[in-house]
Design a protein around this ligand. Structure first.
Ligand code: UD2
Ligand code: MN
Length: 315
């Protein structure tokens, strides 16, 4: 080969080597980092229909609740936002619990301290959502519940939604936090404040379990009840207008204690509630989930619950 020929060959080999190095660098920079193969999840058997962990009646502790940190420290492991799945079996129910809330911090601690172990004994999957009304305007329980349910449904395919006052503590874990597929279930049948008797047959306040598709069919709660009262009766009328009946578990175990409290500031009885209640039949299809407007100011995944701070406007 001529000198000229060697020169070209060297040039060629050099360029090829350079290209190889460049390709390697580019591959290294742009390729996905090596991830270890995810461990296959053990396939869990379905949880029993009746959880073996149930204890039946157990008096809730009503006063001097521990701090959130103390509750967290003694709790079974939860995922951020207060999500729990039973570790040893596949849950049969997955329930989002939605709490209308403003300025009841000590009630919330009492509630969380009681409800986490209670629900874990039922071996269900669950997550707790607190719909916290921002600002000083009149409280609106129905609208907050609509917001909480709508936000919860963005997160997961819950088989059950439970709307739950923060001050009600279930006394017996046989009262299952799951849903009937055809009708809403009124869980707070017997409340100590009402001498453990149903005050009137159509009552649907306190704690209600309802499948998401039924909640949507009812167009959720009315957004128009500002202040105390009426939104629960309107909700009950919606159920009956949709052809649903109220399911009630036996009074023997559908028992609750209500933390004793005064009427809150900003939640005086709504003087217009009787008038509004006369209009449920006319309004329910246009007032509810499909007319809901709000600003979600923050969504915080706390250790024991998900906090939704929401601006729902005012009257
Ligand atoms: C009854 C009903 C309740 C609701 C209410 C009328 C039962 C057992 N309870 O409860 O479901 O229909 O009448 O609106 O039937 N809240 C706050 N901050 C406030 C005000 C209210 O967090 O400033 C929340 C909290 O979750 C509370 C719930 O709203 O538990 C209901 O308010 P309440 O406890 O003052 O009403 P109460 O006990 O008369
Ligand atoms: Mn109350």
């Amino acid at each position: 080969m001529t000198r000229f020929g060697y020169g070209r060959l060297l040039e060629f080999l050099f360029s090829a080597a350079l290209l190889g190095v460049l390709t390697l660098i580019l591959h290294y920079v742009f390729s996905e980092p090596h991830k270890p193969e995810p461990k296959p999840r053990p396939v869990l058997a379905a949880c029993n229909k009746v959880s073996p962990l149930l204890v039946g009646p157990r008096a809730p502790k009503l006063s001097s609740p521990p701090s959130l940190e103390e509750i967290q420290n003694k709790s079974a492991p939860l995922s951020p936002g207060g999500l729990y799945s039973p570790p040893n079996c596949r849950a049969q129910h997955s329930t989002a619990i939605v709490i209308p809330f403003r300025d009841r911090a000590s009630h919330l601690r009492t509630f969380l301290n009681h409800i986490h172990p209670f629900l874990q004994r039922q071996q269900i999957e669950y997550r707790i959502y607190v719909a916290d009304q921002w600002g000083q305007d009149t409280f609106n329980r129905g609208k907050l519940l609509n917001v909480g349910v709508q936000e919860a449904l963005r997160d997961g395919n819950w088989t059950c939604i439970i709307t739950h006052d923060v001050d009600l503590l279930p006394e017996d874990d046989r009262n299952m936090y799951s849903c009937d597929s055809n009708n809403p279930t009124h869980l707070s049948v017997a409340v100590d404040k009402f001498n453990y008797k149903l005050p009137y047959p159509s009552i649907l306040g306190g704690v209600v379990a309802i499948a998401p598709d039924l909640f949507k069919k009812m167009n959720g709660y009315s957004n128009k009840f500002w202040g105390w009262g009426g939104e629960d009766d309107d909700f009950s009328t919606r159920a009956s207008l949709c052809g649903m009946k109220l399911v009630r578990p036996p009074t023997a175990f559908a028992r609750y204690k209500m933390i004793v409290h005064k009427r809150d500031k900003g939640n005086a009885p709504n003087p217009n509630r009787m008038n509004l209640l006369k209009q449920t039949r006319k309004n329910w299809q246009s007032d509810g989930l499909n007319s809901l407007k709000y600003k979600l100011l923050s969504k915080k995944l706390e250790a024991l619950y998900t906090n939704l701070t929401v601006d729902i406007g005012g009257t």
